[in-house]
Design a protein around this ligand. Sequence first.
Ligand code: AMP
Length: 173
Amino acid sequence: MSELDLRSMVRDVPDFPKEGIVFKDLMPLIKDAAAFHESIDLLAEWARPRRPDAVLGAEARGFIFGGALAYVLGCGFVPARKPGKLPWQTVDATYELEYGTDRLEMHADAVGEGSRVIVLDDVLATGGTARAKIDLVEGLGGEVVGALFVIELAFLHGRERLHGYDVHALLTF
Ligand code: AMP
């Protein structure tokens, strides 16, 4: 399956969740067995040499790609969640989105001192979410060995907020 095939399975949804935002809907790609398989394999190919101990993904699409990726890599998965969802002691970070502000929480014992972590998301937009996840990992003493995305929206320059980190996206729009 080519990059073009994968690109063709990303659906543009204009004015969602707010007017003026073109939402990149990955559900057509995820529901296609070959495309989902190929995207996880490509993510794993990039991530494997970085020898992560864990993949960190935020709900909800970060769970879908992150869980599958962690399984393929043979490493752990660490969730970041919306406030109030995690049962144990948490640490949190507030960040700005392309369409508003939000807060993410992680379990305080989710990342150990010196743990090698790949932060993963479906879309790199302004970079605020990824930046918050990096801050959470580093606040717990972990090392971010990569910031990995299925899609990068290059016109939003999210990469600039991740300066100094190893950043990769499968598809750039
Ligand atoms: P950001 O923090 O601005 O990089 O935004 C990234 C997060 O918001 C990701 O978790 C995405 O799922 C979501 N997101 C932001 N913009 C879009 C978009 N245009 N299409 C799909 N998801 C988006």
